[in-house]
Unconditional design. Structure first.
Length: 230
């Protein structure tokens, strides 16, 4: 995550610590929620996910095995982010019959990388759930990632209250929904995933934004077209 922020040009003095959905999912994985022999769905650059985490003393080893030998599934994302999630149906049918739980490292359904929209782990988890399997979520809008963020906040400064927290993101069903669930303020960046729905060029169209948040049954505290550097 630090390398990602560096690559985006975010200066180091803009943040103090990081709590990602991946960290939250890793903590759960090492605690054994999907077993210790798992079938891995992801790409090679996601393999650091299996490196020991400092939050657990004597961190156990998680072994990656073929699906037939697995106690559970760990999904950090599709192997091919451009492929339809349905390519996993046969594996998921077998996994469901075995009663395997799927640990989803990122609940996002899609992500925009520049002008390209890619499938995320959340799309695979949603398919597995739809097929009758059990998916475990640890990123926004689910509580575990907020619990981890609060732990890391407390390590820095216990005087920071929830009233001073602002959740920023372009996911109406993740960033905004999660903020509402945690009773914290949110800044909805409309020029990302919902740019078309909110008719955002520089700023969102007020009527389109209102219709979109109503259809999503959410209420962001604030909205902005794009994040802007000073």
């Amino acid at each position: 995550m630090e390398k990602q922020l560096d690559g985006m040009g975010v200066r180091r003095n803009c943040w103090d610590t990081i709590a990602s959905s991946g960290d939250s999912a890793r903590l759960a994985m090492f605690e054994g929620v999907a077993g210790h022999r798992v079938y891995f769905i992801g790409q090679d650059h996601d393999l650091p996910f299996f490196e020991p985490i400092h939050l657990i003393e004597n961190c156990p080893t998680i072994e990656r095995v073929p699906l037939a030998e697995a106690e559970g599934i760990v999904c950090t994302g599709p192997r091919d982010p451009m492929a339809d999630p349905a390519v996993n149906r046969s594996d998921f049918q077998f996994a469901k019959q075995k009663g395997l739980k799927l640990l989803c490292a990122n609940p996002d359904i899609v992500v925009d990388r520049g002008e390209t929209r890619e499938w995320c782990a959340g799309a695979l988890a949603a398919l597995y759930t739809e097929m009758g399997g059990e998916s475990l979520y640890f990123g926004k809008p689910h509580p575990p990632v907020y619990e981890l963020a609060r732990r890391r906040r407390a390590e820095l400064d216990t005087s920071i209250t929830d009233a001073r927290i602002l959740a920023i993101g372009d996911g109406i069903a993740t960033d905004v929904q999660g903020a509402m669930g945690e009773d914290i303020d949110s800044l909805f960046v409309t020029g990302g995933l919902a740019a078309i729905e909110t008719k955002t060029s520089h700023d969102p169209d007020p009527d389109a934004l209102s219709a979109f948040v109503q259809s999503a049954n959410t209420t962001p505290t604030f909205a902005i077209g794009q994040l802007r550097c000073p």
